[in-house]
Design a binder for this molecule. Structure first.
Ligand code: DGT
Ligand code: MG
Length: 364
């Protein structure tokens, strides 16, 4: 809390990738509410509305002061009428009726519980909700057809609901490092996602793996997962092509070595407990592994650090303001009709005409 900041003197830029957003901020009492509405819009398949609420929340996260009245918001971008109404009600009454009724609604709670199952997306959860199902127990009870991922999701539901701590992420880092070293000496491993941004807990642990000699990373993922499997460290794994590829059209798709970019969704069996063997046990932890060719490593690093909104805003900035197309693989400049090479994140920000934002301030 900094009491002598003049809110009218604070300039907040319109794109999240132009701003510094720390992990801890002054307006959780407002951003939590707006994010409920964002999440609810997502559950109702209304992406535009969901992003609008998320952008509004993100602006408030970047403020160096706690919002006290509507005057404080006068010069801020991205605050639509609906978000302003919600904020006003919270400032005046301490809470918003719309947010509270959403939070308590049968649909919101069921969708939260059902999409909280690993392997279950909004579409499947919505179908189950309309069939009267409300929780993982209901799926089990009614004998729903589940795919392999969903079966694991239900089986390890309680563990996967528990946040993963930084200490647990560090233990998993050591394991992944050992696995990768064993199958490909010289490979590099980086902890990504929320933990790279300085979060103390996460819903999973994300890793990016590469090798300085281009091409050496080919075929690496199956070797890693085999090694882990042999050690009995995996409860579940599925390797796929990066899911962004399917969604992405246009030039960012192009470089020919793209199909090497693999992602492994896994569930680790992590030993826990004290030194006393009698009380030691294990828990399930979600781990994502991504292998990137060295030439794409800077793009992959930027793309897998997040936050999700920060990533989305980077791509929107690139397209709308720079006529460029950014992905986790490449940056294409439509005006020059060429791919821009980069070895570091700093170079990518520079190409985009953006001030470099360090990972700890990408918590948009
Ligand atoms: P968490 O795990 O809930 O604490 O928070 P994050 O920020 O680690 O979120 P997570 O694990 O879902 O994703 C990590 C980052 O990786 C995310 O901020 C954006 C990026 N990401 C997620 N899914 C994909 C994907 O399919 N393709 C690419 N290129 N990036 C992705
Ligand atoms: Mg993560």
């Amino acid at each position: 809390p900094k009491p002598n900041i003049d809110p009218t003197a604070v300039l907040i830029k319109a794109y999240a990738c132009q701003r510094r957003t720390p992990l801890k901020h002054h307006n959780s009492f407002l951003t939590d509410a707006l994010e409920i509405l964002s999440q609810n819009a997502e559950y109702n398949d209304n992406e535009g509305r969901s992003v609008a609420f998320r952008r509004a929340a993100s602006v408030l996260k970047a403020l160096p002061y706690r919002v006290k009245n509507m005057e404080d918001l006068k010069s801020l971008p991205c605050l639509g009428d609906h978000s302003q109404r919600v904020i006003k009600e919270i400032l005046e009454d301490g809470s918003s009726r719309e947010v509270e009724s959403t939070r308590q609604s049968d649909q919101f709670q069921a969708m939260k519980a059902l999409t909280g199952i690993f392997g279950v997306g909004v579409r499947t959860a919505d179908r189950w909700f309309r069939e009267g199902l409300r929780s993982p127990d209901d799926l089990f009870r009614t004998g729903q057809q589940l795919n392999r991922a969903q079966q694991a999701g239900v089986q390890y539901y309680d563990d996967l609901q528990k946040p993963v701590t930084k200490a647990e992420a560090d233990v998993i880092s050591d394991i992944v490092e050992k696995a990768v070293r064993a199958v490909l000496p010289g490979a590099e491993i980086r902890l990504m996602g929320g933990f790279r941004r300085g979060k103390e807990v996460g819903h999973d642990v994300d890793f990016l793996i590469t090798h300085p000699e281009e091409g050496k990373e080919e075929g690496l993922m199956p070797k890693i997962t085999n090694w882990l499997e042999e050690q009995g460290l995996l409860l579940y794994q599925k390797t796929t092509r990066n899911s962004y590829l399917e969604k992405m059209d246009g030039p960012a798709r192009a470089p020919n070595n793209m199909d090497r970019f693999e992602r492994c969704f896994s569930i680790f069996k992590l030993q826990t407990g004290s030194e006393r063997a009698s009380v030691s046990g294990w828990r399930a932890v979600r781990v994502d592994l991504v292998v990137s060719p060295y030439s794409q490593f800077a793009f992959a690093t930027l793309g897998w650090t997040g936050s999700k909104l920060f990533e989305r805003e980077l791509r929107r900035w690139a397209g709308q303001e720079k006529h460029m197309s950014l992905s986790s693989h490449a940056l294409f400049d439509s005006k020059q009709n060429l791919y821009l090479r980069a070895k570091t994140e700093e170079e990518i920000f520079a190409y985009l005409g953006l001030e470099f934002i360090p990972p700890s301030e990408r918590n948009a």
